[in-house]
Ligand binder design. Structure first.
Ligand code: FES
Ligand SMILES: [Fe+2]
Length: 269
């Protein structure tokens, strides 16, 4: 049994505002966890039910500060996250907006290289003593949903990183079968990389299975033909040019060609 010890910094928060905690064991490494805490970009995409829009104000190894818009409630907030690696914690503060003054402290305890415990403490000012448990439970429920989404992303990203390192297969072309027997979307690997074959309006389309940003899952954009998008941070790519349609300079890598001969479909470089 690991003893989970931590403390709050006197003067930084008022322990009288503590309304509750949330604890969870996560099957992820400390590297993935810190990466996730610093990753402001995923909030309005992976957590779209909790965050509508976000405008970054500042960021660095210390953390980030952003204006967060909640379109459903019609409110703006300024939120800041500060990471303190030495203390194994990050503090999220609401600097402006309806939740101004709320602080959320997350402490992390590494159990093995691939598992850790987190303890999240919620500090909310001006809550009646009789209401504290109820408010604390509401925060804990919201964090349960956020961490369900984050764990899926972190574990999938780790699997993709491991798979890249493990991949050894190599080939220049691959026959995928008779055109009228192929069910799409079809995932295949060629030269150690994974791609998806789709059929769009009688045309065969091939795109990488994983996003060049952080290996999130790519899919055809439902509304915009000729584009793929990623659900983790919302990047979109033009299939023709491979370019990212936004401010990022990442782009899709080389994609195999599709060839149909005698009703057999082959992909090749
Ligand atoms: S992994 Fe970040 S947008 Fe795809
Ligand atoms: Fe998250």
């Amino acid at each position: 049994m690991v003893e989970l010890r931590y403390e709050f910094v006197p003067g930084n928060t008022d322990s009288g505002h503590h309304v509750g905690s949330y604890r969870r064991r996560l099957p992820v490494s400390l590297v993935r966890m810190y990466e996730n805490a610093l990753d402001w970009e995923h909030l309005p995409h992976l957590h779209e039910s909790s965050f509508s829009d976000l405008e970054l104000l500042d960021s660095g190894a210390w953390g980030w500060r952003a204006k967060v818009v909640d379109q459903r409630k019609g409110t703006d907030s300024i939120i800041e996250l500060r990471l303190d690696r030495a203390a194994r914690r990050w503090i999220t503060r609401n600097l402006e907006g309806p939740a101004k003054g709320v602080e959320i402290w997350t402490h992390v305890f590494e159990l093995t290289p691939q598992s850790l415990d987190i303890i999240v403490d919620f500090f909310v000012p001006d809550v009646d003593a009789a209401q504290r448990d109820k408010v604390g439970r509401a925060y804990a429920r919201a964090y349960e949903v956020l961490y369900d989404e984050d764990v899926r992303m972190m574990t999938e990203r780790q699997q993709q990183l491991d798979r890249r390192i493990d991949a050894v297969e190599s080939a220049d072309s691959l026959m995928l079968g008779a055109v009228d027997e192929i069910t799409t979307p079809l995932t295949f690997s060629l030269s150690d990389r994974f791609f998806v074959l789709q059929k769009v309006d009688a045309e065969w389309v091939v795109y990488p299975q994983r996003c060049p940003h952080q290996l999130g899952p790519l899919a055809l954009h439902p509304d915009t033909p000729g584009q793929v998008h990623c659900s983790w941070h919302g990047y979109r790519f033009d299939l023709q040019s491979g370019e990212c349609l936004g401010s990022s300079n990442c782009r899709l890598g080389r994609r195999p060609q599709v060839q149909v001969q005698a009703d057999q479909l082959t992909v090749h470089w």
